[in-house]
Design a protein around this ligand. Sequence first.
Ligand code: ADP
Ligand code: MG
Length: 176
Amino acid sequence: MNAVPTLVHTSRNLSGHDSVAGLPHDDSIIRLQDVHRTFGTDRGACTALRAITLDIPRGDLIAVVGPSGSGKTSLLNIMGGIDKPSRGSVRVENQDLMTMGEARLSDLRLRRIGFVFQDARLIPVLTVAESVEFPLLFRSEISSVERKRKVSRVLERVGLADKHESAGNALRRRGL
Ligand SMILES: Nc1ncnc2c1ncn2[C@@H]1O[C@H](COP(=O)(O)OP(=O)(O)O)[C@@H](O)[C@H]1O
Ligand SMILES: [Mg+2]
């Protein structure tokens, strides 16, 4: 495959391939080193990612752009601890994802990783507030009072407070 995903850096001129050669950045949020991802298919192996090395400093805003099939989703799945590379090293906030078990990975995803999908992927039977509350139910250290407070706070911030309709309806309304 000749198309590869490209990192577009909005605040500094950092290309994906030249940043790791030097000393490790203490403020790195994500570091990939020589990451490969190969999928087995009916028609043989498909290499989605080949030798990806990059270092994303904390606070940076990065866009990954590239044509369909260039490996963007494969890359994000690996950065988000959803998938593992066939080869290479992945660190998020200085933790080595390759040595983490499923329980620690799922804890990292719960607390530190957020995905916003193009199609909202909401649970249609839940209200907007319940949808926001849902992931917080897995965080046992947050009391129900604090949970409700957090939900109101974020809904207010995005202008969705006082909306009691189901997430499915909100979505359909938006579609209209
Ligand atoms: N689970 C999978 N099994 C087999 N091939 C896959 C799988 N996921 C992705 N691929 C292949 O890897 C390449 C990159 O895919 P993907 O990461 O989805 O690209 P993008 O998100 O940029 O469109 C494509 O050739 C795709 O067909
Ligand atoms: Mg994709």
